[in-house]
Design a protein around this ligand. Structure first.
Ligand SMILES: [Zn+2]
Length: 471
């Protein structure tokens, strides 16, 4: 027994090859091999010609291809030669079904865009069927562009959850609570009841983390904000909310409560670990200190903020002050896609021009926002965000061999400044291969596109009648 214990200890300190050599390589479910492994672990380890051994849902080992082949034999193997092996990307803020409103209304400010186009379109088109079709379309796009976890805020969130689970994707999925009547709830009280039964349905699911999503401080009264937060605290699930997205919101908070949106939420006892605040464009220094002190995660969404001209979030300052920051696309209606590579690139470029400092938000930091830091922002860093033994096998491989990626001096530079979502070859979540060599396996892409197009016909009808009513 003592010898066996010593053997286990030896394996833990990395002398596994010597021990297992006597018995031959251990069989595992999947080995991804031959690529440059960018682990995004705290030490920033990069392994050229590396490999990852996966068994079931977990990463067993990350090492050179040679060492992995001595220790493990995969029942399945993915050859990642001339590719980078990277943790799957984490999108910390989106509204998946809104892909069906992609390009519906562009070049408008948030308030006008929301009140004149999005809210009315949603009032006429959102249904369980709409949400299912939209979520499936978003899932295909996310799997194809290397996202493996997404945080979502929408209606009929149980439908988002069912489709997400079915497609093998990981989601932190928030049931929306909003003050006015919407498709899935006549009142905020109805929405809270719906949120609670959603939580009960998906609590302890390995892929789905149910959450409560009070829309924003300007679309909800104080008692409802408190009730939504209490509900998530009671069930120990995350709270997703838009915070300080626009100047209008800051003005509203100032007029109604003589406080910033962050200070107002703090006065309600709302802030704390488990809260994910989207945007944070207009936070002041005291707000940043408060977000840090309360352990709130904040999602930066550069493309949406740029497109709606909401402003520039002071992300380098957040990071400097230790705020848990992640990166998101926001919904496709204000982006207009779910490609996290674009989000990384825009983040890196935006903060350089905003600070007149080319050293601001360097490539590695942009990649951290989309991986390790995003996991921290969602409170999931013990399970995802880096390639380390014991963590969930959520990973992607990206080609580095095409004209556009040649030559490669630094893989991380290419991931942020060159790669597109289309360069992702394989997408794996919890050890399951969701896309293999660009072929999505967990969804029937042509069916998904057909259903989405059919649903969009209804959106067109609804929007054209809306336009007529306005005249
Ligand atoms: Zn949003």
């Amino acid at each position: 027994m003592r010898i066996r214990l010593l053997a286990v200890a030896a394996a833990c300190v990395g002398a596994f090859a010597a021990v297992s050599a006597q018995n031959g390589p251990r069989e595992v479910s999947l080995v991804v091999t031959g690529g440059t492994v960018v682990t995004m672990d705290p030490a920033g380890r990069v392994v050229p010609n590396g490999a990852i051994a996966i068994d079931g849902t977990d990463i067993q080992a990350v090492d050179t291809a040679g060492n992995i082949s001595k220790q493990f034999r995969g029942r399945d193997t993915i050859d990642a030669t001339n590719q980078v092996i990277l943790p799957g990307l984490i999108n910390t803020h989106t509204h998946a079904p809104m892909v069906l409103y992609r390009g519906l209304a562009d070049d408008l400010a948030l308030t006008e865009w929301l009140n004149k186009y999005i809210f009315p379109a949603e009032a006429k088109t959102v249904s369980p069927e709409f949400v299912r079709a939209g979520t499936r379309l978003a899932l295909v796009e996310m799997i194809q562009s290397g996202t493996t976890t997404f945080a979502d805020m929408y209606y009929f969130e149980e439908e988002v959850a069912r489709e997400t689970k079915q497609a093998g994707m990981r989601g932190v999925l928030g049931q929306t609570v909003i003050q006015f009547p919407v498709a899935d709830a006549k009142t905020p009280a109805d929405a809270l009841v719906r949120a609670e039964s959603f939580i009960t349905l998906f609590k302890d699911d390995p892929l789905i983390t149910p959450a409560v999503a009070p829309h924003a401080m300007y679309t909800l009264d104080g008692p409802t904000l408190k009730a939504a937060r209490d509900l998530s605290r009671r069930h120990n699930v995350p709270t997703l909310i838009h915070v300080a997205e626009t100047r209008d919101e800051v003005q509203t908070a100032q007029e109604r409560f003589r406080a910033s949106p962050v200070a107002y939420l703090e006065s309600l006892g709302f802030l704390g670990p488990g809260v994910l605040a989207a945007h944070g464009v207009w936070v002041n220094d005291a707000d940043i200190a408060m977000l840090k002190a309360r352990g709130v995660g904040v999602s930066h969404n550069p493309e949406s903020n740029m497109k709606l001209a909401s402003g520039i979030a002071s992300v380098p300052k957040w990071i400097e002050h230790g705020v848990h920051a992640g990166l998101g696309t926001d919904g496709a209606a204000s982006n207009n896609d779910l490609d996290m590579f674009e989000a990384m690139r825009f983040a890196a470029l935006l903060h350089k021009v905003a600070t007149s400092d080319p050293r601001a938000l360097p490539a590695r930091q942009a990649l951290e926002l989309a991986t390790r830091r995003g996991a921290e922002a969602l409170g999931m860093s013990n399970r995802i965000g880096s390639l380390e033994p014991g963590k969930q096998a959520d990973l992607i491989t990206i080609t580095m061999a095409d004209a556009r990626q040649t030559p490669v001096f630094d893989a991380i530079s290419h991931i942020v400044y060159v790669a597109h979502g289309d360069d992702v070859r394989n997408t794996i979540v919890a050890g399951r291969v969701l896309m293999r060599d660009r072929q999505v396996l967990s969804l029937n892409t042509s069916d998904v596109l057909r259903d989405a197009r059919a649903m969009v016909e209804r959106v067109k009808v609804a929007v054209s009648s809306e336009t007529k009513e306005k005249r």
